[in-house]
Design a protein around this ligand. Sequence first.
Ligand code: SF4
Ligand code: SF4
Length: 176
Amino acid sequence: MIKGTTRKRTYRAIYRLLDRVSPVPFDCGMICGSACCTAVSEEDMGIYLLPGEEKIHDKHADWLTWNTQSTEEYDFPPSWHGKVNWIRCKEPPHCPRKMRPIQCRTFPLAPHITEEGELILVWNDSDLPYCCPMIEEETELDPDFIQATLTVWKHLIRDPLIYDLVKMDSEERYEG
Ligand code: SF4
Ligand code: SF4
């Protein structure tokens, strides 16, 4: 399995920090039928864990199925060699909230490193098979959520593998 430098206790602290915030002060799943969650149960969909994020998860927990994917077969940075954890929720949108992966917690924002090297947040612009109303309408997000999410990504990109991932996605945006 691909190994980053982010430690278990850092992931725990990140989860705790993000437990305290939410993008909006209401359940946005009510407006779209939890589109982002339900997509995760569909064929070919899932969530990549960041390198080492699996350390704080129980592989025997009954709400997830675990798979791995080869970094060579999918679009990962050249520095990523080996396998990544790829998980799927069995009954989305139901999950233990405190165990949501970072990918769920920081959506609908995405980290972006500008050409000047500054880390900022942008709307998630991945090619998604569903429509997120918050992204479509550029809903005003809770400032505490934005600040916590930026803080988290600032920590995460200290891990060279995670930096390379964020940089790769950012460079794709430069090219438009
Ligand atoms: S993040 Fe977007 S797609 Fe997901 S539940 Fe909220 S509004 Fe729906
Ligand atoms: S972990 Fe929870 S929030 Fe994330 S996709 Fe699964 S059901 Fe949705």
